[in-house]
Write a new protein. Structure first.
Length: 277
C-alpha cells in the first residue's frame, strides 16, 4: 500500500491550534503520517539574510519571520502527545545537525532529508547513523549528488527511500518529469516516492503511484490563502480527501501483477469454453 505523508511543514505558522487542526485533517483523510520541519535559524541562514527586510505577522526582518515559524521543543512535546492520542506517526525534516540531535528525544520512527539538505554531508551522517527508515528528497539535485548521499546511508546500513521532487514552490506541471521515478528505481535499485509541490490538482501524485511511487508526500493547509511560502502549493481538506481515496483505490486496482483466473471469471469460463475443451 502506498505510504501517504501529509506534509504540515511550517504551514502551522507557529500556531499549535493550526497544527492540531492539520493533524486532525490528515487523520480523517486516512494519511499514514504527518511531517514537520525543524531548523536552528541562526545555523541555517546567514546574518545578512536574517537581518534583511521582510514584512510578516511577526515583524519586519527575515529573522523575526523565520523564528515566528519555528516550533520549540516544548511545542513538539505537545505535538508528540497529540499525535499519539490521534494514533498517527509524525516525523520531521531537520535542516541542521543541532535540530537532528534535539529531535532524537522523541524517538520518531522515520527521518526525512529535505532536498535543500541533500548535499549537507555532516547532517546526512548524523541522520544515517540513527538507522531509521529515511525519505530522501531529490529536488534540485544531480544523479551524482544523489549517489553520494546514498553512499552515506549505505555505509551505516540505514534503510532509505528516494523521493522524486521539484524544488519550486509551486511547481509547474510541465516540469514534473515523473519518468524520473523509473530512472531512479533503475539506477539505484531502491524504492522511490514522490514529494509534490504543485498547485491545486492531485493528478500528478496519483500518476506518480501509477508509475511506481511507493510513497507520496504532499503539503496540506487549512486555507491556501493563509500567510506562508508553502501554502499555495498545498492541498486543502477536500483535495486531500480525494487524493487519499483515489490512491487507496488505485492500490487495489493495480493489483500484484500475478496473472490468475479469478473465481468471478469461472462461471463465464465454464459457459463459454466448455464445448471447446
Amino acid at each position: 500500500m502506498t505510504f501517504i505523508v501529509a506534509e504540515i511543514g511550517i504551514n502551522h505558522n507557529g500556531d499549535l491550534k493550526i497544527a492540531k487542526k492539520l493533524i486532525d485533517l490528515a487523520v480523517v483523510a486516512g494519511c499514514d503520517a504527518v511531517k514537520f520541519q525543524k531548523r536552528t535559524v541562526e545555523k541555517v541562514y546567514s546574518s545578512d539574510v536574517l537581518n534583511s527586510s521582510r514584512d510578516s505577522p511577526w515583524g519586519t526582518t527575515t529573522r523575526q519571520q523565520k523564528l515566528g515559524l519555528e516550533f520549540s521543543l516544548n511545542n513538539y512535546k505537545i505535538i508528540d502527545s497529540y499525535c499519539k492520542k490521534k494514533k498517527i506517526p509524525w516525523f520531521v525534516s531537520c535542516w541542521d545537525v543541532d535540530s537532528q540531535i534535539k529531535m532524537r528525544k522523541f524517538n520518531l520512527k522515520y527521518n526525512k532529508v529535505a532536498s535543500a539538505m541533500l548535499i549537507h554531508k555532516k547532517l546526512l551522517h548524523e541522520i544515517a547513523k540513527e538507522k531509521k527508515h529515511t525519505f530522501i528528497s531529490t529536488g534540485m539535485s544531480t544523479i551524482k549528488q544523489i549517489s553520494d548521499a546514498i553512499k552515506i546511508f549505505k555505509s551505516y546500513s540505514c534503510p532509505f527511500e528516494l523521493m522524486h521532487s521539484h524544488s519550486a514552490y509551486p511547481m509547474t506541471p510541465n516540469e514534473a518529469n515523473l519518468k524520473v521515478i523509473e530512472t531512479l528505481q533503475n539506477k539505484f535499485k531502491c524504492n522511490v516516492g514522490y514529494s509534490g509541490h504543485e498547485t491545486g490538482s492531485y493528478l500528478i501524485c496519483v500518476t506518480a503511484v501509477v508509475l511506481g511511487a511507493k510513497s507520496i508526500e504532499r503539503h496540506i493547509t487549512l486555507d491556501r490563502a493563509m500567510y506562508g511560502s508553502d501554502q499555495a502549493a498545498s492541498l486543502e481538506g477536500p483535495g486531500l480527501f480525494r487524493m487519499v481515496k483515489d490512491i487507496r483505490n488505485l492500490d487495489k486496482i493495480m493489483g500484484d501483477g500475478i496473472k490468475q483466473i479469478w473465481d468471478s471469471e469461472k462461471p463465464a469460463m465454464k459457459k463459454l469454453r466448455e464445448n471447446l475443451i
